[in-house]
Design a protein around this ligand. Sequence first.
Ligand code: PLP
Length: 348
Amino acid sequence: MAKNIDKLVRECIARLTPYSTARDEYQGELGVFLDANESPYENGYNRYPDPHQKALKAQIAAIKGVAAESIFIGNGSDEAIDVLLRVFCEPRVDNVIAIAPSYGMYKVAAAINDVEMREVQLGEEFTLPVGELLAATDEHTKMMFLCSPNNPTGNSFPREQIMRLVEEFDGIVVVDEAYIDFAEAESLKSEIAANPNLVVLQTMSKAWAMAGLRIGLALASQRVVELMSQVKYPYNINVATMSIVEELLRQPIDANVEEIKQQRAVVEQALQQSAAVKKIYPSDANFLLAEVDDADAMYDYLIGKGIIVRNRNRVKGCEGCLRLTIGTPAENEALLKSISEYEKSIVR
Ligand SMILES: *Cc1c(COP(=O)(O)O)cnc(C)c1O
């Protein structure tokens, strides 16, 4: 059953008359533009960017195989997360749900918007607690944040389980696929046409190697994209970023993604031999979550060797764990060498 998105929208957004830019009111390409109070002196950046990002959306639509009308482009996925909260959640009235442990921004963005966050811990071996997630909802629950492959656990959740939540939950299900390019599982983007309450987040920050440019995507039903576009800053993606991204998107990433996946297996195998490593969780992402003998000690040791990893020891559910990003073969070799030296240093 298709869900009615409009009944989930915050009242102030439903009533909103969105900002109309000069470019919205006149859309020709050629002419003498005296409508936006821009400087007339050309330097490549004197004109406002396209608030609808038409050229970039057409390019992304072709790459992702989704309609341009189903694409929202944000200043990183972080903007998409914030805009979703602002479209759907009435501060102090509505609530949202997220899995835990997961990406920290969901909770921070909810807190900034004064929206209650209900966290539901993953099950044994980081499985998706479908029943508990549904049980945590009430009539004010507007959104559910899932992340698959999940950060920091690295695993993907079965498609049928996520789709069960999309079907049974009446609010918006956000599935963050920041790491999907490293996974064997298929993206849920093919489900957005039939499921208006499904929002798939992707990003240019990981496999596409553009973290510094800040481009995140929300792939969703046309109505959700329309609402998000009304709430974002009109010129959220600047001219310089758009032209660089358009150029970099023409360069294939397949070989690098393949190398990362192959290196992930190399690092995993080597770590499994280490006496200092208790467990490596299966990963569909460009990182490994490793449970080690003493996470703080190994973290400090690696820092001493100039290698920075993410210490997840104080994250509930990840006690004793370090999150290791897969780097170049040389970087991974340096990591493994240091861990093996650390291992020797602790042998008693
Ligand atoms: C890295 C990451 C992102 C990317 O965020 P951007 O703002 O697009 O850089 C999104 N979600 C998760 C879970 C991540 O780990």
